[in-house]
Design a binder for this molecule. Structure first.
Ligand code: HEC
Length: 113
């Protein structure tokens, strides 16, 4: 079941990124259980902490600006690091589809934290 959700989510993300890299992402994406756990242990430390300069979960304006460079570039920056964003975002077991899902999640989440 988890695998199915993961596959569905990955293909959704792929479809979204294939459509047009530069457009903003209209659909809110939720993370699967494993991704949600990894997200809470890594990305959330900075991206769900208003005292951190990182673009915050659900801050659509901040993410739309970053999405202008295209989702693949954001995934690359998440994996390789970007200024004060550490390489891999402190997630050593995240796969490229995980990073992509987490970024789309942060950019589309309804609640601003
Ligand atoms: C230690 C804090 C920290 C953690 C943990 C962290 N980030 Fe970041 N992240 C940042 C900061 C700070 C920035 C803003 C960097 C800048 O623009 O100078 C950032 C920026 C980004 C960007 C935008 C890069 C761009 O090109 O504009 C993405 C994408 C991103 N983070 C994804 C993630 C993901 C996915 C995770 C979890 C796997 C994560 N981050 C974990 C601090 C963090």
């Amino acid at each position: 079941m988890k695998t199915l959700i993961f596959l569905l989510l990955s293909s959704l993300v792929l479809v979204l990124s294939a459509c047009d890299n530069k457009s903003t992402l209209p659909l809110p994406v939720s993370l699967n259980e494993q991704q949600a756990k990894l997200f809470a242990q890594s990305c959330a430390i900075c991206h769900a902490s208003s005292s951190n300069p990182a673009p915050q979960v659900g801050d659509k304006a901040a993410w739309n600006k970053r999405l202008e460079q295209g989702l693949p570039t954001l995934v690359q920056h998440a994996m390789q690091g970007f200024n004060s964003m550490p390489a891999g975002g402190l997630c050593t077991t995240c796969t490229p589809p995980d990073f992509e899902a987490m970024i789309v999640y942060m950019a589309t989440a309804q609640t601003k934290k």
